[in-house]
Every structure is written in structure tokens, then in C-alpha cells.
Design a protein around this ligand. Sequence first.
Ligand code: AMP
Ligand code: ZN
Length: 429
Amino acid sequence: MYWDKEIETMSRDQLEELQLKRLKETLKQASKAPFYKSLGLEDYEVRTLDDIEKLPFTTKEDLRESYPYGMVSVDRKDLVRLHSSSGTTGTPTVVFHTIKDIDAWSELVARCLYMVGVRKGDVFQNMIGYGLFTGGLGLHYGAERVGCLTIPSGPGNTKRQLKFLKDFDVNFVHVIPSYALYLADTAESMGIEPSRDLPHLRTALIGAEPHSEETRKKIENFFSIDAYNSYGLSEMNGPGVAFECPEKNGMHIWEDAYLVEIVNPHTLSHVKPGETGELVLTTLSREGMPIIRYRTKDLTSIIDSTCACGRTHRRITRISGRSDDMLIVKGVNIFPVQVEAVLLGTPGVRRNYQIVLESKGHNDHMIVKVELDPGMFVGDIRGLEKLKKSLTRDLRDELLITPEIELCEPGSLPVSEGKAVRVIDKREE
Ligand code: AMP
Ligand code: ZN
């Protein structure tokens, strides 16, 4: 039932003792990185876990400013892997791992998989992007560690995905929830009846983007399987940070590897137990690039009560939103300023624009409406076609997804009196 019973069911006292020991080690290790050296991290004294509040926060901007190697706390020869967060082609946030880090990460993922019934000999199809994104390789290593036959199918090529599921008697999959729904539609249109044609499929691990309980139920019902919520972010390795157990009531966050805080995003002080706030995480077992008090910007709350599964690591509730304006479209992280930067750099385009997000089938669809200078509408219409094409290309290059462009007459988009409403999210849920 447990991958690592001793750690997973450790008493709270023991767990906190372990956390304190690891926090002290982490501070020592992090102090070697140029970024933390410049903050004078080694001068902070931590005697109890509560002293975490004295330490400085780390943000995505800090990571960007420390690009490329400013957060690394080992000799560069000891690094074996680099990952990056999804989206943005500007200065990315990169995370480095040593062999020991990859090993610890794989252990955490294996722990999650075992928790939801994955066993040696199972066949696993990983329908999530490989490459810089952590969901591919992260899950891959964990599944191999459990002893699963792992198929690195990546996303897309839906008919082949379905063929593999059937032909290789796949037992579990890792999939972005919106893609799982699309997969269901495709299966239906191909006349595939999961309970008849995919009898071996038992489990889906769904994560990387916000989704509702209804989405989970749809996936479970269509495929006749269990679907478990998986939360992670590249800055904290990726998948394997928090994961649902069979109780399906909140995600256990592995507290031997992460120190958890929930803060009010405005005051940055701790919220009351059980209240919603921004999740702040400190790595406790990372060597190559420890991160102290990372502001994830993800909103959640802690479930403090004991879980029927016997694990003592606390749970967090489903992510309810973000404290910044980051959008997740087709699983890719996008900030409205990225769109703005492209638009403002294009001649003939005015300042006023709007991003509309819709669901097309189960897919996210992004429309960028943009006002043009009056002169643009005079004369040859081919100029407009050309502009539309070049904007589509430039936005795709910047965002890594392809939006639809709508060119609008000056003054036709609403102007708000207060803060501009740039994003209209009409997606379901
Ligand atoms: P990345 O670093 O590219 O993996 O993106 C991580 C971000 O994806 C997180 O900070 C969350 O905003 C989002 N995310 C990941 N997993 C989940 C999940 N299970 N539910 C909601 N949002 C998620
Ligand atoms: Zn549990």
C-alpha cells in the first residue's frame, strides 16, 4: 500500500524534526548559489520551523534575473539535467538537477504512483510533453522506478494514442485533463467503447492545468477508470509535489521534500489554518538548486485533518486560481504582457486589445482582438491579411500556441474605466 511506509506514515513530530534538519541543510546549500549569496542567506538563523517566516521569499522574477546559472549551488560539473517552465520564449525560468536530485524526484513520483495502485509490470502511456517540460521525463523516471513498461508517447496523434492504449493493454496514463476529454471524443467518434475495448485501463493521472471535479468525473465515467489530480511546478521539480490518494479528497504534499506555507498574497503573512492563500514552498532535499520560500502564485488551502489512507503528510485542496494574471491555455503558461509586447511592437496596431478564451470542443481556443490605426482600413485589403498572418506567427513564436487574430476598427473594443480588462475567459467551469 505504501511505497515508503516509514516516510509516508511518520508521526508529525518526527516529520517536523526531519523538516527542521533538512531546512538547515538546505539553507547551507542554497547559500552557495550566487543569488542567495547576494541576499546574505547564510546570516539568517533558523532554530525552529517557525523561523521560516524570517527568511526572504523567492519569485519567478528572481529566477529570471538569475538566468542562466545564478541559482545553482553546486559545481556545474555536477549538474546532469535542465528543465524549464512551460510557455514563454523570453527569459525562461530554468531549474537544474544533480544525479541525486533526479533520484530524489523519481522517488517522489514513484511514491505518488504506488499510492494510486500502480505496480511493477503495469503498462504506462505518458501522453504529456517530453522535452523541457517536466511532465514527460518526470513521470517517466518515476514509472520506470516502480518497474512499469513506460511508453513515452507524448501528446497529440490521438488515433495512435488510442491504438497504443488498446494494443499494449495499457493500465494507466498521464494526461492533461482537457486532452483527456478530447481523447474521449475521438474514441467515441471511432466507435471505441472503453469498457469493452480498453479493459486494462484503470487509472489516469491528470494535472498540469486547473480543472474541476466535473472534469474528473467526465474522464472517469467515459473511460471507466479512476482519475487522480497531480500537482507540480517546474521550480519544485515538476510532478510529484502533491498528489491525490485513493480517498480523492485533497492532494498529499510530500512534506519530507517540501516545507509548506500558505500566505496572504497581499500581506505575505501566514493565513489562518484552513484559509485559502498562496502556496509557498521551500525545497528540503534538493542539492543542485534549492529554492527558499518560492511564491508559486497558486491559490489553495491546507486540509489539516488526518487522512483515512494513513499518510501523515498534509493535503492541499484543488488549486482554485492564481494570485497573478498567468493564464494556462492548452497546458501552456501565458502572461497577458507577452501578448501586449508583440502587439505593441507591430506597426499599425493600437494599444487597446483583448484576449478571449473559449472552449472549442474540449480544446482551449484563444482569440486576440486588436484595434488598428484608422489608416489600416483604407485601400487594399491584402495589407490586412498580411498583418493578420504576421501577428499570428509572431504570437505563436512568443506564446508557443497559435491564437486566432481579429482585427478591429479603432474604438470598437470596450475601454474600461479602471484597470483594463484584458482577458475574458469564457471557458467552461
Ligand atoms: P509548469 O512549471 O510549466 O509545470 O507550470 C506549473 C503551474 O501549472 C503551476 O504553478 C500551476 O499553476 C499549474 N498546475 C500544475 N498542476 C496543476 C493542477 N493539478 N491543478 C491546477 N493547476 C496546476
Ligand atoms: Zn490520503
